[in-house]
Ligand binder design. Sequence first.
Ligand code: GDP
Length: 600
Amino acid sequence: MKISNSEKRLRQPIVVVLGHVDHGKTTLLDKIRGTTVVKKEPGEMTQEVGASFVPSYIIEKLAEPLKKVIPIKLQIPGLLFIDTPGHEYFSNLRRRGGSVADIAILVVDITEGLQKQSIESIQILRERKVPFLIAANKIDKIPGWKSTNDIPFLASIEKQRNDVKVYLDNLVYNLVSQLANLGFSAERYDRIKDFTKTVAIVPVSAKTGEGIADLLALLAGLTQRYLETRLKFAEGPAKGVILEVKEDPGLGHTIDVIIYDGVLKKNDTIILGGINGIIITKVRGIFVPRPLQDMKLSKYDLTPIDEVYAAAGVKLSAPNLEEALAGSPLYVIEDESKVEQYKQQIEEEIKEVRLYSDIDGIVLKADSLGTLEALISALQREGIPIRLADIGPISKRDVIEASIVAQRSKEYGIIAAFRVKLLQGIDTSGVKILYNEIIYQLIEDIKKHINEIREAEKRRTFDTLILPGKIKILPGYVFRRSDPVVVGIEVIGGVIRPKYPLIKEDGRRVGEVLQIQDNKKSLERATKGMEVAISIKGNVMIGRHINEGDILYTDVPKEDLEILANKYPSSITDDMREVIKEIIRIKRKEDPLYGLGLQI
Ligand code: GDP
């Protein structure tokens, strides 16, 4: 981790692994770590907190057979892999307008192609402007594939039968065309001419280790070539991001931090975001896992160090970290006069993520700034409105906000909780709380809930509405002149149903529809263009109140029209829209506010 200074030193790129569940993210990371552990020099530290370091000489050794294809002399010290795959964790690697991650591996099971979470990962990477390459995993599952453990892909492909090569190509092209649909040009990496324009696909097997050399060589080669400016190491005060806040036995509250620039020293003053405001504190201890120990961290595995250079993953102990906020930036303050400036910067970053408005939308609570941000953008992509989005456990205020919404728009009267709990003693009646630990599934749960409520409401309310309809009494089709009137009609527009009250063009009431019949069969409704017989009950007589050839409208109550226009706009057909305009004209004579301000 500590490397001698040189003028143009580059730091190690930070690599994240994303992809659909079961496509092999964990297995791939384990394989990379395993390969590194076997090849590293004794006593050398490759395990960090929340991350693993792959030194450059290991990459060079592995890539030796690939020299002709990827001729690299590495200037970067190595690659730093974030240990926990998936975008729950990735989201905390936030940095204003982007990510602390320099490059991502999108793991795709080549036999399955892109799936929902692969596409979601791509959207998140695009939003955070992180370049990525694709590890097309599980090539060992291709029918007829002959695996040789731990050899480069380019060596392994040489050993395959022709029909197997063709099979692989077909799978690769399936991926290429899926990516093209998302607006990316992609190609198998050894066929790419311009890496700035094409997403590289590296066929690998996380199980057998085939292609791991290609993947590492390409990651290293691409980052040092295209991200040079970003990777320039500054010898100044450290900048980092908080990945996780933990309570460690013996150490109290600690934070796991990824340092992406500069140097962090023991006793440095640091500034970071907290749940209830900015925290300024002094670093009491910097810890990394003890070399050659198991990768699982407990307090005995940690060893203190005095300083650390970017890029690195470390655990920090310091006073007042109880309320530290995962996903928050962390800066070393080297100069007291800059405190205010840093404070404002962090405050603004946090403010940008938290949301509050008075609209009817859901309440969202998450455990960290990063997950909150990822959830907000996923909800925005789905067009789901948000009233309140904040960090921390579910409080009384959240329940009150959700119940206010529930009274007006029941479908949004929910609290979506991501890795947070309900504070004790809070009455949550009338408010639905959805819990899920996976971003993608929480969003699915929210969508499902909203749809269920909407469908139920639609069935209930829509069916009780008196909808706009316009009919004409057909001349020559009077079957009964009164008590009840029975006439043949044509529906000119909209819809009529039994029990709908009717009015004339001058607005006067003329009874209500009793029955609708077509060839002696009773109908529940008649719509535009239908010619049917209806009975009309009430104090109404043909020749006195109404006549053959008359036009009648349904008497739509003001509230029903508002519900229709505001809640079910998609149920308004073009012919119904015309009828609505005519009804508004008629009803306005009595009530100037009828239909006012509605978007029809
Ligand atoms: P994750 O959910 O993306 O982290 O996926 P895992 O790494 O847990 O892998 C899911 C399953 O696929 C496990 O049973 C793995 O053993 C298996 N798997 C992962 N990579 C490979 C591979 O390259 N080849 C084969 N045959 N199986 C694999």
